[in-house]
Structures are given as structure tokens and as C-alpha cells.
Ligand binder design. Structure first.
Ligand code: ZN
Ligand code: ZN
Length: 447
């Protein structure tokens, strides 16, 4: 069966995360988005780990689902709110139908490593997947023994190197997975321009052969990663890194697994590069796509940076080197490189952003939110709508302008003002003042 997985997110115990990031809300939004396998996030955080044990039960080998009592209580409460808000009968019925579905969970966390190696400072984020609660418990004990303060944050900040993380994790259970997170962001990543490394070997040393995958992050797509030769025998996975339920699934990885799949089957699919496809943000929309300075409102394409250098013309300090430029630095292959065997990917614009533009409104407006809820209910999920619903069906329910917008999004016929130095890029479907180039042609062809 097709499993749409989002395995990087954070609980309410991580910095700058919505208090809504609790298991029942995550489950509700996963279903609304069309995600059937979701990471727990933050299992290193003691209070969250306790909540995981209270809310989840193992339904397959290493695969968890929300306990029935927890789900029933949550949806009973939700239904009472819905009724009070006098939702239509149809919506209430569909909502009730959705109560039966629950996503599966797998135990994931992210660990922040701040350390020096070879006289240079490094800051790296790594995802760690674990096969069960017992292994989590033991890894957490080991981390404490190494002096890690697990209460520092949902994503613990450690002085341990990426190698030490591997040593601890694999000594507890070799079936864990360590996946470098959002590998191109300038701060806190494997290849990051500010505090990363130039290769996996440099970062992970003797554990290089146990790094089976890297996460693209929002500012890069798989095609950018195909240019790096050392990634050839590794999976390129995409997850949301969501800090609120609404952001779940903005990137995701699709696997083909048995109906009763286990943690082990998921792990082997990642090791053996058995990925059906990935769902991507437009990388231009990511916060670090171009080079620049947020405070000085300076931004540069890789070509401009080559010409102008990386010193800010406003403040005279070093610019934050964007992901595109950093890929150019490390790539041994041209931008249009086409590998023989790589899963395809689709770049999507979040439905809420599409609706906001169709209605000439903002993503935070109540009308847009209501419409988002109606559409995801009517069509089963956001992914069902974005990926599988025909334009005819959209037009049939009187949504011609929405159908037109979806046609443009699916063809990549949109405008994007690229993100830089922590500022998200902006997508426009119809028009844009001061718009930069349209996305590259070769990326469109992949859609
Ligand atoms: Zn991170
Ligand atoms: Zn500046």
C-alpha cells in the first residue's frame, strides 16, 4: 500500500512550536493532509516521551497508533465543538467518518550537535529513528550519562559530535537510523555553509556507511541533491519539520509498504532506496534558497554572488550563503544532471496559500480557513485534492478559478520571489510585483 510519510516534526516542547502539537491534534491534521505515517518527534524529551507512552500503543512491529480511548475522547470533544458551530449535516457526517482513520506513528527525534572538530566549529542537526520504546529509553539513559540535558529543549542541544551520536545510538540498537536533517541550511546542517562539512565522511567518520539517507529540507529539492556524487547510493527523503499541525506534510516521502508494515520494513525501504516519490515545497519558497542579509534586505542569486562576492553592500559583513550557492560549491555535476535511477518528485504549493490567492485574501483569514476545511473534508484530504483530483471535478463544484489556479500550480506556471537569510520565499499564481524568474523549465518538466 502507498504510505505517505512525514517523519520530521516537533512537539509542543520544542522551541517556537505551537502548543497544539499534541498527539491527537497531530493525528487529526495528518488525516486532513492525507499522511498515513507520521513521526512522533522529540522522543528525547522526558515529558513528551511520557505523553507518547500514554497516547500510543504498538500495533505492528515498531509501528504505533493512537489508543482508542484517547482518540474517542478527542473526537467526541471535537464533535461537540463542531455541532455548536452549526456545521452542515454533510460536513458533520464526513467528519464522523474520518474519526475511524488514524495515522500510524513511528518513533523519531532530532538532536542538535554543537562541537568543534579539526579546529572548526560545527552545528549539525540529525534525525534519529528508533524501533521501540525500550530502545528510546536506553538511548535517553545513555545521552544522560554523556551529560546531555534532555530537558534543554524538545530538540536537545548537545556537545556531542555527529560521530558520538552514532556511537551511542548504534551501540544501543543497530536498527536505529541516523539521518542528517535539512542538509543544506546554512546553520545547523551537514553541508551548511556556516558550520557544516564538505562531505558525509568528514562529518561521520567511521560511521559513513551507516548514513543511508539525507533530508532535503525546504530550501532544496531532490534534483539539487542529485548533483552530489556521494549521495548516489543514499535515499533522499523529504519531511515537513512542522512546528504547527497546519504545516504537516508540506514535504513528505511516499513508500510502498505491506498493509501490516513494520519499522524494519520502513528502515529497509530507506536503506535500499525503495522510495516511490517525494512531495516537495518549491525550493525557492524555502527560507535559505538565495544568499542575502535579512536585516539589510539584500539578496543575491548564485550568479550574482559569483559576480559581486559575499560581502553585504549595506553593512559590509559576510552575507548568509544560500542553499543554491552552497550546492554549486559542492556539486560535481551540472544543474540539469539527470540520474538514471531516482524516484520522481512533485513540487506543490500548500492548499491554504492557493486558496488565499484565489480569494484575494490572507492565509490567516477565517473564510480561507473555512474553505480549506470544507475542501479537505469534501475531497478526503489535502493531498487527495492537490495530487489526485481532476480539474473537471474541481470545476464541477463551481470552483473554476480554483481549478485554473491548480492547473497553473501543477504545470509550475507560477511566480516565486526566492527566500533568503531566514525569510520565506513568496509564491504568486497570477501576478507579482517585482517577481523574479519563473521556476526553471527542467523542474517544471518533472512535475
Ligand atoms: Zn533541525
Ligand atoms: Zn548586511
Amino acid at each position: 500500500m502507498e504510505v505517505i510519510a512525514d517523519l520530521h516534526l516537533h512537539s509542543r516542547y520544542s522551541r517556537a512550536v505551537s502548543p497544539q502539537m499534541v498527539i491527537p491534534e497531530i493525528a487529526k491534521w495528518a488525516i486532513r493532509k492525507g499522511i498515513n505515517l507520521v513521526g512522533t518527534g522529540d522522543w528525547t524529551y522526558p515529558l513528551w516521551f511520557r505523553e507518547l507512552k500514554e497516547n500510543l500503543e504498538e500495533t505492528g512491529d515498531g509501528i504505533y497508533s493512537i489508543k482508542k480511548a484517547v482518540r474517542d475522547a478527542f473526537f467526541a470533544h471535537e464533535r461537540s465543538l463542531k455541532t455548536r458551530d452549526s456545521a452542515s449535516g454533510g460536513e458533520r457526517r464526513k467528519f464522523a467518518q474520518n474519526d475511524h482513520f488514524t495515522p500510524f506513528f513511528v518513533l523519531t527525534t532530532e538532536i542538535s550537535s554543537i562541537y568543534s572538530q579539526g579546529g572548526r566549529g560545527h552545528r549539525i542537526h540529525n534525525l534519529v529513528f528508533a524501533p521501540n520504546f525500550e530502545v528510546v529509553e536506553e538511548i535517553n539513559n545513555q545521552l544522560r550519562r554523556f551529560g546531555v540535558n534532555l530537558l534543554s529543549d524538545g530538540r536537545p542541544i548537545t556537545g556531542l559530535s555527529s560521530r558520538q551520536i552514532c556511537e551511542i545510538v548504534f551501540s544501543v540498537d543497530k536498527n536505529c537510523l541516523v539521518i542528517p536533517a535539512h542538509v543544506w541550511t546554512p546553520w545547523y546542517s551537514l553541508y551548511g555553509s556556516n558550520s557544516g562539512f564538505d562531505s558525509i565522511k568528514e562529518c561521520f567518520g567511521e560511521f559513513v556507511d551507516q548514513i543511508f539517507a539525507v533530508e532535503t529540507g525546504l530550501s532544496s529539492n531532490p534534483a539539487m541533491n542529485w548533483r552530489i556524487a556521494e549521495l548516489d547510493n543514499r535515499s533522499i527523503v523529504s519531511f515537513s519539520d512542522a512546528h504547527s499541525p497546519q504545516k504537516l506534510g508540506r514535504e513528505a516521502t511516499i513508500f510502498n509498504l505491506d498493509e501490516n508494515f513494520s519499522y524494519q520494513q520502513l528502515r529497509l525501504a530507506i536503506i535500499n532506496q525503495e522510495i516511490v516519490s517525494t512531495i516537495e515545497f518549491y525550493p525557492e519558497e524555502g527560507k535559505y534558497h538565495w544568499t542575502g542579509h535579512r536585516a539589510c534586505q539584500v539578496k543575491q542569486s548564485p550568479e550574482q554572488t559569483k559576480k559581486l562576492g559575499n560581502i553585504c553592500p549595506v553593512c559590509g559583513r559576510k552575507l548568509t550563503i544560500g542553499v543554491m550557492h552552497r550546492v554549486e560549491e559542492l556539486a560535481s555535476r551540472p544543474a540539469d544532471f539527470q540520474p538514471e535511477k531516482r524516484p520522481p518528485f512533485k513540487m506543490l504549493v500548500p492548499l491554504i496559500e492557493i486558496l488565499a490567492e484565489v480569494r484575494n485574501s490572507s492565509v490567516s483569514s477565517q473564510n480561507v480557513e473555512n474553505e480549506y476545511n470544507l475542501i479537505t473534508t469534501e475531497f478526503g484530504s489535502e493531498f487527495n485534492f492537490l495530487l489526485k483530483t481532476s480539474l473537471k471535478e474541481m470545476a464541477k463544484i463551481g470552483e473554476e478559478r480554483l481549478a485554473e489556479a491548480m492547473d497553473k500550480v501543477r504545470k509550475g506556471d507560477i511566480f516565486i520571489d526566492p527566500g533568503y537569510d531566514g525569510v520565506f520565499g513568496v509564491v504568486k499564481i497570477w501576478s507579482f510585483d517585482g517577481a523574479q524568474d519563473k521556476p526553471q523549465k527542467e523542474q517544471m518538466a518533472l512535475f
